[in-house]
Write a protein that binds this ligand. Structure first.
Ligand SMILES: [Zn+2]
Length: 218
């Protein structure tokens, strides 16, 4: 866990150093390849074990990195940046990966050797797993924290999402759902001390990222 945080910290440092010679789009690439890739890698295994303090540390690092991508002030609002660059916050990234993983398992998209023995636990009976995609997953008596977390996340999402017929549509809908939870602009009103300092940096400007970048989830 500390290794991931260290890697992300190093990436933030690198991003800070590229501010002067890389364009915004390139800095966003650096974010995706140095920050997000480390966060994504194996997240369904280590993510559920992350403490609240650690999750908060990671989120703060993500915010710092995005401010460096945007070259925004150290205290500027970051929700508009997460929204603008279509970047998921750590907790949402974890949920996204867990849901996608469970969906792939339930729908039999993964090769069997990858999903065993987890898959055996996802099904309590011998019934057809494919028919389970619409239902919530029952808990077993002695299951791991990882499995409990996977099931919990899966069961918490809307049934309409569990019913999605295609993985791409599921990813798209999840991404839209998470993005809709990030405020696009300051909600503190005209007297917000942060926006008063530098109003040019806070409103959500024109999107500079390409469609490919925006829709890319993996
Ligand atoms: Zn503000």
């Amino acid at each position: 866990m500390t290794k991931v945080i260290q890697k992300v910290k190093a990436a933030c440092f690198a991003l800070n150093n590229t501010k002067n010679f890389l364009r915004k789009r390139e800095r966003l690439c650096v974010y995706r390849s140095l920050v997000e890739s480390h966060l994504r890698y194996g997240i369904i295994f280590w993510g559920p074990k992350v403490t609240k303090v650690e999750a908060n540390t990671i989120l703060k690092l993500q915010k710092r990195a995005l401010r460096n991508v945007e070259i925004a002030r150290y205290n500027s609002h970051t929700d508009p940046l997460f929204h603008k660059f279509r970047i998921l916050k750590f907790n949402d990234l974890l949920r996204m990966e867990q849901i996608v993983w469970t969906y792939k398992s339930v729908m039999g998209i993964f090769p069997e050797h990858l999903t065993q023995p987890l898959l055996a636990n996802l099904s309590t009976t011998n019934c057809n797993l494919r028919s389970q995609s619409t239902s919530t997953l029952p808990r077993n008596g002695r299951e791991t924290q990882l499995l409990t977390s996977l099931k919990q996340t899966w069961n918490d999402i809307d049934e309409s999402l569990r019913n999605t017929t295609s993985l791409d549509v599921l990813k798209w809908n999840l991404n839209s759902k998470f993005m809709s939870e990030y405020t696009k602009r300051c909600t503190a009103g005209p007297s917000c001390p942060v926006c008063k300092q530098d109003p040019a940096l806070t409103p959500l400007g024109a999107l500079e990222v390409s469609h490919e970048t925006q829709t890319q989830i993996d």
